[in-house]
Unconditional design. Structure first.
Length: 109
């Protein structure tokens, strides 16, 4: 989680909210549920590249490494906070793949 101070969030949140609304509007116009994924990917990619260009004017290895780390951390945190609990809920609802229990038991011994 990007633990930034509330005063640093305030100027960003309205801009992010407007971008999100635009992405949803365009995705709805494309008339299929997954349309948001490409739009979100584009927006995040262009945002990262624009920040790098404005802040540094070009690329260096450390900028690529840090930016890649940010995106990886975003994905990991998103999955940890939402994906994993969702999957646990679905396992409880629909049951698990039987072979997981077998492998988990072997890991314990």
């Amino acid at each position: 989680m990007p633990y930034i101070a509330p005063q640093d969030r305030r100027p960003l949140d309205p801009l992010i909210d407007r971008l999100a609304e635009q992405i949803v509007q365009q995705a709805k116009a494309q008339n299929y549920d997954a349309a948001f994924a490409g739009l979100l990917n584009y927006a995040c990619t262009r945002l990262a590249l624009k920040v790098i260009k404005l802040r540094f004017g070009g690329l260096r290895y450390w900028i690529i490494a840090v930016t890649t780390g940010v995106f990886k951390n975003i994905a990991d945190e998103f999955y940890r906070r939402l994906g994993s609990p969702y999957e646990d809920q679905q396992i409880a609802k629909n049951s698990d793949v039987d072979l997981y229990a077998e492998f988990e038991e072997k890991l314990k011994s």
